[in-house]
Write a protein that binds this ligand. Structure first.
Ligand code: SF4
Length: 504
């Protein structure tokens, strides 16, 4: 007999088939590549949150390498009887329904539940759309505890304080914000007896539920089994689900009305970019608006500085003055083009010794980019944010950094505006889609030919790990990071040259 848990209950609330597939066909899930990094961050936040109320006891117990749930339930009872004020991973079981509470906090004659999440919130403000995904989980825990005879005095979400800037040391109380969701879970709580009964039935049946695609596939998160379910419904690429910037709700509406293929979408209401994607894909045509491209190019003045940052980001602020999830630049690449076909390259990669890389990045950047030149970035809000954060952190460099910021032009514009569309872009205007579409047979411009680091997430993930590597491995990784970031700005140079060519 399979038991229900917090995560299984939440999966059932998204869709009964999601829960069934998790148990019987887990190999069909397509996990988000950044999932492991997010889980690691969640664990770090969870470990720190244990100290939120001061002293605590943790009940986590392993036996033969696996969590020993019955030992954890027993330990929890012992701690509760001996009035331990804070019990972490406090575990309960009621008729095949199991849950572990992140922090169980003694409150008067009862106990308050604190569910820890590495999401951010402002103190005293409950953003209903942000907390909605957590309500089933918290309601389920409240229900299990009450069935076990525990008087629950409050149900809280403990998350990261959006407004907290780290001082020299971490301040655990200021770093977290507790949101009282006792009232918000009311609706979910009223449904819970019935929901638990239905979920139990699903997990203990070997018959796969028949459920069609619906808005639930996107809510609260895109479902990991989406590719599997699409295959079951015979949906192949390209379909409405590949359409550029269409909301999940609209995709499902089209699907339910039978407009699934690009051919079906032809007569439907679409945005100009979606129509461009559909028509050019069906006709296999390239679209070039020379006037639009010329207009874009006319605002650029030589020499051009092509800039790209690599950043790391951590839920728990690592350096003084930093907020949760703030992007911390540790590397940049810069191509300087004097004219098409004539360019130089400069690269900067901070020391990977665990110290704050920002000052080095900011100083070198001010040395490398004059305050009055035209700077190009691809999808520039990201680079602009990095520059703004650096300017805030270093007032003595702020003027120069903000001039670079103000002089920036976005190379994405001609593609986003539809001046240039190649079907191979597949409706995406990211540099990773545009570059291979414009240069399909150039191995020097192929991200797949890079070693170990092929995208920003991999760069973000590997940089902090360098300090734990052997010297040889560290040197190789630094070299791979340099090559990766260099390709990002070389790609921009090549795209700019290509724009000049096609506009003639
Ligand atoms: S993709 Fe949709 S239908 Fe399939 S399991 Fe997920 S939520 Fe359910």
């Amino acid at each position: 007999m399979h038991a229900l848990s917090k995560s299984r209950y939440t999966a059932f609330r998204q869709c009964p088939k999601n829960l069934w597939l998790k148990i019987y066909k887990p190999e069909e899930a397509v996990e988000d590549p950044s999932l492991q990094a997010r889980l690691d961050q969640g664990n770090e936040v969870g470990d720190l949150a244990m100290q939120y109320f001061g002293d605590y006891e943790e009940v986590t117990t392993y036996s033969h390498g696996r969590l020993d749930l019955s030992a954890m339930v027993k330990k929890t009872q012992q701690y509760m009887r001996s009035s331990v004020e804070n019990i972490c991973e406090a575990s309960f079981e009621y008729k095949g329904n199991y849950c572990a509470v992140d922090i169980l906090h003694k409150e008067g004659r009862g106990w308050a539940i604190y569910e820890v999440k590495s999401t951010t919130a402002s103190p005293g403000r409950i953003d209903r759309s942000k907390i909605a995904p957590y309500l089933p989980d918290i309601a389920y825990q409240t229900w299990v505890l009450e069935q076990c005879g525990v008087k629950v005095t409050g149900s809280y979400l403990l998350c990261l304080n959006k407004e907290y800037r780290r001082g020299r040391e971490l301040n655990i109380q200021d770093m977290f914000v507790a949101l009282d969701l006792s009232k918000e879970i009311d609706h979910e709580y009223r449904l819970i007896d019935d929901t638990v009964r239905r979920a139990q039935k699903i997990i203990n049946s070997d018959v796969e539920p028949e459920i069609d695609l619906s808005e639930d596939c996107y809510k609260p998160y895109p479902c990991a089994f989406f590719e599997y379910c699409k295959r079951q419904h015979g949906i192949s690429k390209p379909s409405v689900f590949d359409t550029y910037r269409m909301s999940g709700k609209d995709k499902i509406e089209h699907y339910q009305q039978g407009h699934t293929s690009f051919e079906d979408l032809r007569n439907e209401k679409l945005t100009p970019n979606q129509r461009r994607q559909v028509e050019n894909t069906l006709n296999n045509t390239i679209e070039i608006n020379k006037d639009g491209i010329r207009r874009f190019l006319s605002q650029l003045s030589l020499p051009l500085y092509f800039l790209d940052f690599e950043t790391m980001q951590s839920a728990v602020a690592e350096f003084e003055g930093v907020k949760p999830y703030q992007q911390i630049p540790f590397q940049y690449s810069l191509h300087i083009a004097k004219r098409p076909g004539k360019y130089d390259h400069l690269g900067y990669l901070a020391e990977s010794d665990g110290t704050d890389p920002r000052r080095g990045v900011a100083e070198q950047l001010c040395d490398d980019i004059p305050a009055n030149v035209c700077v190009l970035a691809y999808n520039m809000p990201f680079e602009k944010n990095c520059l703004k954060d650096l300017a805030y952190a270093f007032p003595d460099l702020s003027r120069h950094l903000m001039r670079i910021h103000d002089n920036m032009v976005d190379l994405l514009v001609p593609f986003r505006e539809g001046y240039y569309y190649v079907p191979a872009m597949g409706g995406s205007f990211s540099i990773k889609s545009v570059l291979p579409a414009l240069f399909p047979n150039d191995p020097k411009l192929d991200y797949h030919n890079l070693k170990d680091v092929h995208n920003g997430s991999e760069a973000m993930d590997i940089f902090p790990k360098i300090r734990t590597m052997s010297r040889r491995e560290a040197e190789r990784t630094r070299e791979n990071l340099l090559r990766y970031c260099e390709l990002d700005t070389l790609a921009m140079v090549k795209i700019w040259e290509n724009l000049i060519e096609v506009a003639q």
